[in-house]
Write a protein that binds this ligand. Structure first.
Ligand code: S3P
Length: 433
């Protein structure tokens, strides 16, 4: 455990980049591992979650290494070419890593055991094992559908048509990845759109993938060839800096090269509606994804009711939105976000407890929270429950608190945002161990 404390901060100023997108980094490694030839990836997130996926893909047969200039090289095995790993795959804290890989291996004739840390081993996996059973895969594990789980992949996969019962890009992607080594057409239907990085990267690597209304069709057993990938900066990591700059008087920052996939930018729309100054500059497209530079200035914010339909496009950003909400006039209402209860921690309950301990006026709902403008007294030690976004959200809140706010375990930040403390302090924050 490595405590981190954040004290009241002066203005944030500077021009910076944040680490690569976590969702796209996982998918780049996976697709490169399935392609024929050498894929070269720039901007890969080197957080623990993504390094766990790299290690898992190596154990499944891909050759992956980083060169002296920071580029990642991936030599794939071809779709259908994954090998039996020698040992269980420990996916650490990573829900995305484990769910995507369970999908992928379920249609290869191999047996793979997945484990994780205490947080991951308490998260629901039936949401992926249910549809994957339809392909013919078998699963062994505890009755409550949590890790450790052993996947017995099928040698004779059958394509499925699956309507997502929950708005989850991880479940959608698990089914799509299972479809890659399945003859015929696998169809996923999603009535509530979620991040579409898998659809985009499938097309980019040449997997026959088509969209028809709410349906996504993937034609299996294609041969895909290696690609150059440029991973944009993660908008979910940029979110902490954006909120920090908006609530800290005098701040004026630019965050370069941020992913602007429309299915990821809900927080920025919300903050703009709250009165935040966020300007999107130098808009462009790279490797099938939208990218821009964000210019953010301190702003007087007002609370709003966040539209429930926006939840999937900012699902990871509600914890840090709470810090903005504590600084915003009136009330900020966040409902329709019960999925937060099954993230790395129960993010509704953990945020509510921590906010109250810091003097923030908050009401808990079964499906969300309402946060009112508050004098943030701070002075609390927050239990982070192995949840990186809880740790970073409270360190941002500490920047406007009367007394320092301490995250009981800052080491969890390494899962998604290596270098967070130095980057924040370089802009003017006061975060120390
Ligand atoms: C992710 C999807 C989201 C998100 C997670 C990354 C992905 O999870 O919370 O951080 O890369 O597909 P759900 O699919 O469970 O909503």
């Amino acid at each position: 455990m490595n405590q981190l404390s954040s004290s009241k901060s002066g203005p944030l100023n500077g021009n910076i980049t944040v680490p690569g997108d976590k969702s796209i980094s996982h998918r780049s490694l996976i697709m490169g591992s399935l392609a024929i030839g050498e894929s070269v990836i720039s901007g890969l997130l080197e957080g623990e979650d993504v390094l766990g996926t790299a290690a898992a893909m190596k154990a499944l047969g891909a050759d992956i290494y980083k060169d002296d200039d920071g580029y990642w090289h991936v030599h794939g095995v071809g779709i259908g070419g994954l090998k039996q790993p020698d040992a269980p795959l420990d996916m650490g804290n990573s829900g995305t890593g484990v769910r995507l890989l369970m999908g992928l291996v379920s249609t290869h004739p191999i047996t793979v055991t997945f484990t994780g840390d205490d947080s991951l081993e308490s998260r629901p996996m039936k949401r992926v094992t249910d549809p994957l059973t339809g392909f013919g895969a078998e699963f062994e594990g505890s009755d409550d559908g949590t890790l450790p789980i052993t996947v017995k992949g099928t040698s004779n996969p059958m394509p499925i048509k699956y309507e997502l019962p929950v708005a989850s890009a991880q479940v959608k992607s698990a089914v799509m990845l299972a479809g890659l080594n399945t003859p015929g057409i696998t169809t996923v239907t999603e009535t509530i759109p979620t991040r579409d990085h898998s659809e985009r990267i499938f097309k980019y690597f040449g997997v026959p993938t088509s969209l028809e209304g709410d349906d996504i069709h993937v034609t299996g057993q294609a041969e895909i060839t290696a690609k150059q990938m440029a991973v944009p900066a993660d908008p979910s990591s940029a979110a902490f800096l954006v909120v920090a700059a908006l609530i800290t008087p005098g701040s004026d920052i630019v965050i370069k090269n941020v992913g602007m996939n429309p299915a990821r930018t809900g927080l920025f729309s919300t903050l703009a509606e709250m009165g935040g100054y966020i300007s999107f500059e130098n808009k462009r497209e790279e490797c099938g994804e939208n990218v821009a530079d964000l210019h953010v200035k301190y702003s007087e914010l007002s609370g709003i009711t966040v539209p429930e339909s926006r939840a999937p496009s900012m699902i990871d950003e509600y914890p840090v939105l709470c810090a903005a909400a504590a600084a915003a006039e009136g009330e900020t209402v966040m409902r329709g976000i019960e999925e937060l209860r099954v993230k790395e921690s129960d993010r509704i309950s953990v945020m509510v407890k921590g906010l109250k301990a810091c003097g923030v006026n908050v009401t808990e709902h079964e499906d969300g929270m309402t946060v009112s403008k508050s004098d943030v007294t701070g002075g609390a030690v927050i239990k982070t429950h192995l949840d990186h976004r809880i740790a970073m959200s409270f360190l941002v809140l500490g920047m406007i608190a009367e007394n320092p706010i301490t995250a009981d375990d800052g080491s969890v930040i390494e899962t998604s945002f290596p270098g967070f403390t130095d980057l924040m302090n370089g802009l003017g924050a006061n975060i120390c161990s």
